[in-house]
Design a protein around this ligand. Structure first.
Ligand code: BES
Ligand code: MN
Ligand code: MN
Length: 470
């Protein structure tokens, strides 16, 4: 019988021997523009789901591309080799954010290119790291286990979502319908970041989100601003004033009840964050700005991004935005507003408070219409579970530096639903870097992260197999 160490090294050898093929497969799926928020891409989103379905079939999984009221869900399954092997549910998303602004890309967003650099090269395309490249880290690890040993030593289930970037509207219905088939011992998610390129990370906190679009309407049509300006309320002025009143001078949010239920993390967590040795200079350089003046004064960047709630305007639209000057009072103006939530905040109540705050500031004659783009709570996963210990051991097969336990400012709506609806704890192990330009032009995934991610998943599979169920 071969030892665990020998087996793992055979799997790692297979990863190295076939790494070029792994890169080529990632390039193939990056060519599919699966932008979930844009109805023009509905067929592309389905094509991406079917691409993944075929990959799982090649790997000997049983696989279904399941229709939902929105975009399809990919569900794949491979039975555990023995009754006492655990079953791991993997979650990721195959949809991507829109690629705009297109003119800021150095190469077409859906024509992935490998750019040589001092870090061993990177793959540039929309979805490179968020989340197609990260989904491929576990798929390639499955492939390597099968290639090197003929099997995967744990039961594997995979759920790939096509609506993560657009509010996960169909997810709850799918979880209800597939509850029994999704049963697993732990859920592994690769859609977060590393601490830095040498240090893998397990994320134990995600912020939640409330996303609201507010459209202010005034006059029935655009008006000459000389004839009417000064007499008729201007929706752009009204909305700007409201946006300006969302925050106090100290950066805190002025919406009543916004901080209800919000507490500071315990001192031991704050101490642990301090000991991580946050590299502020590299954080600022990844944002191409010289200082971080957003949010509440008197709090560190990690506190402000990991444990404090925010309100941000994502876009404002209204009136004349073309070249040159045009003098009008616009008929409408709208803003896309998102709140990042932390534990203790109830998404429904935050949404209601924000609506009430905006409505109270609409003058007579004007009106406001809201469109809601989703509401989900913050997520905390246990930092002391045996699965987390196994993941840490698995990561040590791929990285010399031990995994950091971190928070994250981002949101993954599915994680909360998987916890509450399926009763399965999540393990958030991601391989992105701060400078990956997630959601931005020239999004990239370092090849060293792709490789480290595949090796990490291979190591984690071995470590999970060593911890039998119950
Ligand atoms: N992968 C991200 C979330 C993320 C980003 C986690 C960075 C950790 C670090 C995910 O795809 C995402 O962008 N989520 C959206 C959720 C929203 C559309 C409901 C987000 O956070 O804005
Ligand atoms: Mn993502
Ligand atoms: Mn994203």
């Amino acid at each position: 019988m071969t030892s665990t160490t020998q087996t793992t090294s055979k799997v790692m050898d297979s990863i190295e021997a076939h790494f070029d093929d792994s890169v080529a497969r990632l390039q193939a799926i990056l060519r599919v523009p699966s932008i979930s928020t844009d109805p023009a891409h509905v067929d592309d989103v389905r094509a991406a789901a079917e691409w993944f379905g075929r990959e799982f079939e090649h790997l000997g999984f049983s696989c279904e591309v399941v229709d939902t009221p929105g975009h399809p869900m990919v569900f794949a399954e491979r039975k555990a080799p023995s009754d006492d092997a655990p079953t791991v549910l993997y979650y990721g998303h195959y949809d991507v954010q829109p690629a705009d602004p297109l003119d800021q890309w150095n190469s077409p967003p859906f024509d992935p290119v490998i750019v040589d650099d001092a870090n061993g090269g990177r793959i540039v395309a929309r979805g490179a790291v968020d989340d197609k490249g990260q989904v491929m880290t576990f798929i390639e690890a499955f492939r390597a286990w099968i290639d090197a040993t003929g099997d995967i030593p744990v039961g594997v289930k995979v759920m790939l979502e096509g609506e993560e970037e657009s509010g996960s509207e169909s997810l709850e219905g799918f979880l209800d319908a597939f509850k029994d088939r999704l049963a697993a011992d732990v859920c592994v998610v690769s859609d977060t970041g590393m601490w830095n390129a040498e240090t893998p990370a397990i994320t134990t906190m995600l912020r939640g989100m409330v996303y609201l679009e507010a459209e202010v309407r005034g006059p029935g049509h655009d008006l000459h601003s000389g004839m009417y300006g000064g007499a008729i309320a201007n929706p752009a002025n009204v909305l700007s004033r409201i946006i300006g009143s969302l925050h106090r001078d100290d950066g805190s949010v002025a919406v009543p009840h916004f901080y209800d239920g919000v507490a500071d993390p315990p001192q031991r967590i704050l101490d642990q964050w301090r000991d991580l040795g946050f590299d502020e200079a590299s954080f600022l350089s990844s944002a191409e700005i010289s200082t971080a003046t957003g949010g509440e004064t008197g709090r560190t960047i990690l506190e402000r991004t990991w444990s404090r709630p925010t309100i941000d305007v994502n876009g404002i639209h209204g009136g004349y935005t073309g070249a040159g000057a045009k003098t009008i009072i616009p008929a409408t103006c709208s803003a896309k507003i998102s709140c990042r939530l932390v534990p203790g905040q109830d998404p429904e109540r935050i949404e209601a408070s924000l609506k009430a705050f905006i409505e109270a500031a609409i003058p007579e004659g004007c009106s406001v219409k809201f469109v809601s783009h989703g509401a989900n709570p913050a997520v905390v996963v246990p930092a002391d579970s045996p699965w987390l210990a196994a993941a840490t051991a698995g990561l040590a097969e791929a990285y010399d530096t031990p995994a950091a336990i971190i928070g994250s400012g981002g949101s993954i709506p599915a994680v909360g639903d998987i916890q509450s609806k399926l009763g399965i704890d999540a393990l958030l192990v991601g391989f992105g870097l701060d400078d990956d330009r997630v959601h931005s032009p020239n999004e990239k995934f370092d090849l060293r992260c792709l490789r480290g991610g595949i090796r990490s998943h291979a190591g984690m599979i071995g470590a999970f197999a060593d911890r039998p169920r119950h």
